[in-house]
Ligand binder design. Structure first.
Ligand code: HEM
Length: 210
């Protein structure tokens, strides 16, 4: 790379980090499946691991905007879509494992669970809200929808809230883990507005006194 030419190495590292976060745990899980190392209840382990990674990746996606403001670099925004797509892949894998092993793809059983189990209703609603985001994630759709794309992608907030509540609902006794995730979510959501106000105040010239 010559002098003055844009040097894209930082973005490469960010992309690598995002891919590692999305693909790394998947490879680890596949390895555990191949080694028959999923414990006494393999389906439960798969549901738990995919659910946890879905939630972690959704939170990582949401963390990119505050991170950009914190470090003053654009790379977090450039890998945000990639992280979001990985999150969606994990949620869908999570859903597919439940459909395959718990319900054997019975629509009637799904309908029954949706009515009878609140945590399934919450999780399903979260997955459903993420669906249009995944479908319109391409650059073509981004161009076609213009500003509406950004509005549409705000659906990620209620979707993650539903995912967090789904986790809270399904645990029976120890609420610490879901509350930790919901706490991080609250922090990430809470960080948005005040940050913008603080940064705007910092970047605007000081008001004249005379
Ligand atoms: C935004 C979407 C979702 C997120 C973030 C999410 C996240 C999670 C998390 C974190 C867990 C618990 C993992 C643990 O116990 O360590 C879990 C468990 C589970 N989720 Fe989801 N989930 C989502 C959507 C769904 C959907 C759409 C379904 C099915 C309709 C579903 C079905 C289940 C089941 C059956 C379990 C295991 C329950 C048990 O252990 O009894 N989830 N999910």
């Amino acid at each position: 790379v010559g002098r003055g030419q844009p040097f894209h190495r930082p973005l490469l590292w960010w992309r690598l980090a995002a891919w590692s976060l999305g693909l790394g745990p998947l490879l680890w899980l596949v390895w555990r499946v191949l080694q028959a190392d999923l414990g006494p209840n393999p389906v439960e382990t798969l549901e738990h691991q995919t659910g946890l990674w879905a939630l972690r990746l959704l939170l990582a996606t949401l963390a990119m905007t505050p991170l950009r403001q914190l470090i003053g670099r654009v790379e977090p925004i450039q890998v945000r879509r990639l992280l979001g797509l990985w999150a969606y892949a994990w949620v869908t894998a999570h859903f597919a494992i439940y459909l395959t092993f718990d319900l054997e793809w019975s629509a009637a059983a799904l309908a029954e669970d949706l009515v009878k189990r609140t945590y399934i209703t919450l999780g399903f609603a979260g997955w459903l809200l993420l669906l249009p985001l995944a479908l319109t994630s391409t650059r073509g759709w981004q161009r076609r929808l213009k500003r509406r794309w950004q509005s549409l992608h705000r659906l990620i907030y209620p979707a993650v809230i539903l995912g967090g509540l789904h986790f809270l609902w399904l645990v029976k006794s120890d609420l610490r883990e879901p509350l930790l995730y919901l706490g991080i979510l609250a922090l990430l959501l809470g960080l948005r507005k005040p940050w913008r106000v603080i940064l705007r105040a910092r970047s605007s010239p000081p008001a004249r006194t005379s």
